[in-house]
Design a protein around this ligand. Structure first.
Ligand SMILES: Cc1ncc(COP(=O)(O)O)c(C=O)c1O
Length: 426
């Protein structure tokens, strides 16, 4: 590790030397020694159209020549307005107001703060959020409070606020108990809301796929049932689509795939195609109207220096130009085809696919979860096969940029048995 750097999510002592990346083009990353590897995880799930796509880099260059940044309180600009219009066009009908920030965690913080204050502005005290086991919403305090308590958050547990936690009815191919699991969660939700109808500010969830929690997938049907219950009790639905947004689940947004309309949606990662840090929290008119007042106590006192950064918005617009339905829709069929070849592997189970995301669990003697050592072995060895993989503990997943070819995807899949055959020996 460089003497002046501190890398995220890295156990410092004994950390392997980070790989130095020189450049990227399409799905390929070129390392310092000239070796090329396929980025099958889209660089932490941000890259949509491949690295160094000229349409986005040109837009960034042009915008930076015109206006690199301006304060967004009391000022506005074309890229922010145009991107807001584009986002709203693709989002479910009620979501009309875009609030910009810089990253996924802040997109979620903003969503939670909006929901909380919405009730206050309407004269109600609703202090509790309903969240899900296995959730990950980011590393700021609100986002940590709403996420699974784990090794990530343990040190800070005294500083986190309480939330109500529901099980996440994760499912996979061949799961025969999915309906039972879903019904049990819905029943539990109904009981909570029945008992204390005025207690809950909102339900916060990662729709269809929980990312960092292990690419755990739930059904569209579950989301619809949840939405229905939610509506009956008038609780806000906040969807964290930081990872699932912009085509990842095979539709523009997971809420579109599941045909549900949240009150608030949190977006980041793919919003700029992976080029610039940007986030957006988009809410319904109903939420916005509760803040539409001259009373300072009803004002949303939140913002960041780089809110609505014009270069970020220009990158977002250019990425939206490239976001073609056929491109992200076709990948599900490719995953299905390629995954077939792994189904009989004795070390793999719980195969699951949602749009461009494919995942499976690796069986070994250790406890499942983020600290399972198989992740380290795969991360270290995959580069020898010209592939970049980064399992989440014992969960192996693929989430490539949309421009990956059938052949390149096949190369990644063919690498998996080879890596497993090598076992955990050093
Ligand atoms: C669903 C979800 N929400 C929020 C976040 C936090 O985003 P960021 O790392 O940009 O703060 C992530 C990051 O992985 C995520 O997957």
């Amino acid at each position: 590790m460089h003497k002046n750097l501190w890398h995220p999510f890295t156990i410092i002592k004994d950390a392997p030397t980070p790989l130095k990346v020189q450049s990227g083009k399409g799905v390929w990353l070129t390392l310092e020694d000239g070796k090329e590897v396929i980025d099958s995880i889209s660089s932490w799930w941000v890259n949509l159209h491949g690295h160094a796509h000229s349409h986005i880099s040109d837009a960034i260059y042009e915008q930076s020549q015109k206006l690199e940044h301006v304060i967004f309180s009391g000022f506005t600009h074309d890229p922010a307005e145009q991107l807001a219009e584009k986002l709203v066009e693709k989002l479910p009908g009620r979501l009309n107001r875009v609030f910009y920030s810089d990253n996924g965690s802040t997109a979620v913080e903003v969503g939670m703060k909006m929901a909380y204050q919405y009730w206050r502005n309407n004269g109600e005290e609703r202090k509790t959020f309903i969240c899900f086991e296995g959730a990950y919403h980011g590393d700021t305090f609100g986002a940590m409070s709403a996420g699974e308590r784990s090794v990530f958050t343990d040190v800070f547990k005294d500083l986190l606020f309480d939330v109500e936690v529901l099980p996440y009815p994760e499912t996979w191919e061949g799961d025969t108990e999915v309906a039972e699991k879903e019904d049990a969660v819905i029943e539990q939700l109904e009981m909570l809301l029945d008992e204390h109808p005025d207690k809950y500010a909102g339900i916060l969830m990662e729709p269809l796929v929980q990312g960092a929690g292990g690419m755990r997938m739930c059904s569209e049907n579950f989301l619809q049932k949840l939405h229905w219950v939610n509506r009956q009790f008038g609780v806000l639905l906040i969807l964290d689509e930081v990872m699932t947004g912009f085509g990842r689940t095979g539709d523009y947004f997971a809420c579109r795939r599941a045909q549900v309309e949240p009150d608030i949606i949190c977006l980041s990662k793919g919003i700029t195609g992976g080029f610039m840090p940007l986030a957006a929290t988009v809410c319904s008119d109903q939420i916005f109207e509760s803040f539409n007042s001259s009373d300072p106590m009803k004002t949303f006192w939140h913002g960041h220096s780089y809110t609505g950064n014009p270069i970020g918005c220009a990158a977002g617009l250019a990425s939206m130009d490239l976001l073609e339905e056929e491109e992200f829709k076709k990948m599900e069929a490719l995953h299905i085809k390629e995954m077939e070849g792994l189904k009989s592997h004795p070390q793999l189970e719980k195969f699951r696919i949602k749009g461009t995301i494919a995942a499976m669990d690796i069986k070994n003697e250790e406890e499942t979860g983020y600290l399972n050592s198989v992740a380290g072995h795969i991360k270290k060895r995959c580069v020898n096969y010209d592939v970049l993989l980064r399992p989440l503990g014992n969960v192996l997943y693929l989430m490539p940029p949309y421009c990956i070819t059938e052949e390149e995807l096949s190369t990644v899949y063919k690498t998996i048995p080879k890596l497993l055959e090598e076992g955990a020996s050093d």
